[in-house]
Design a protein around this ligand. Sequence first.
Ligand code: EPU
Length: 420
Amino acid sequence: MAKFIVEQSGALRGEVEVSGSKNAVLPILAATLLSEGICEISDVPRLRDVEVMCKILRSMGASVTEDWDNHTITVEIDKVTTDEVPYELVKRMRASIFVMGPLLARTGKARIALPGGCSIGDRPIDLHNKGLRTLGAKIDMDMGLVEATSKKLKGALVYLDFPSVGATENIMMAATLAEGTTMIENAAEEPEIVDLANFLNKMGAKIKGAGTDNIRIEGVTCLHGTKHAVIPDRIETGTFMIAAAITRGDILIKNCVPDHVKPIIAKLMECGATVNDEVEGLRVRGDIKKLIATDIKTMPYPGFPTDMQALFMALLSTVDGASAIIETVFENRFMHAAELSRMGANIKVDGRTAIVPGKNPLVGAQVISTDLRAGAALVLAGLVAKGKTEISEIYHIERGYDSFSEKLISLGAKITRVED
Ligand code: EPU
């Protein structure tokens, strides 16, 4: 398995271009299962998770063309040839569950191996199931398999007990082909949900209210092919914002949507970083003022994103003063605290709260990337740690960041990828 060797690199400076959003493109690719025509998706990031989703679509009878020179994927599914997603693919990516809603709506049946928990929490799918049952599906869970069947889905009022991103997306996709109108209340409001709704509407769906907590979907009889460009990745944007701050550097981040990263901008400015919205992108500087502590509480959008928590923890380890971080979205998303502490950060975790004392000089160590964002946080910590940091299990990082090390190297980072 590959590793990154990261060396103390000094201030990162220059320009970087953000790729398309991982969490937008995965449900969008799953949604192509609803269409009887050709879908052309552009601005697709080149990621392991995207490759797995393409494999899933092929396993269901789709013809999928990946054109990586142009970051475009074309999908055509004349006929869905199976209603089962094999465990082999599901275990590689939890987002496989996104095919449940589209498959059920198009073929009346979906069988998917249960995704199970992961290093950030149990991650049940009860809200996905509750929503699909409300639309009339029969759902059985047995022997590690979830089986959903329905003659014809019927529009209904679905209230989500928690604004789950995945459940909102699965229910929204299924409801596009249901008979009548579906309302999703307490829906997730993430920009990725708006992007999925825009894609579905271009395919002929009738969705209103995406981006609010109340989404209305009027069912239609069929959806057609379309072209769509994926939105820029707001978490990759935030990652480069932290890269500028933690290295006390100066980075111009291009191809980003400042509105999508408002909580990240606010928290970085509280820390003393300078963030300017320029014509070409967001410029973040960590080299003007002394950086200081701030407290963080993760929340569903538009609150502070859980996907930025590990990255902020790395930054807060290097500033003046102690910070408290409260994780409210996932129950076990502090695995990186122990890894950062191996580098000298001395973080104390109690339940859902982590106390970061700050200003401990970080030193290189052998650490493990426990999940995608944890891995990215360790790379950024490694850039300012004295000596060399060896990060293993970097396949997590490659699941969700397109050309991560290459982009950082272009800004002055000293990173080597080695095969173990
Ligand atoms: N939850 C339930 N029941 C459900 C669904 C979710 O209890 O049926 C709980 C989860 O266990 C969790 C919380 O609700 O505690 C939030 O989960 P949500 O469903 O909102 O998250 P998700 O759809 O599984 C997506 C992103 C995650 C991101 C979260 C929150 C994708 C592919 N993944 O996951 O991205 O952290 O929303 O914003 O869109 C990442 O990119 O690193 C990542 C983990």
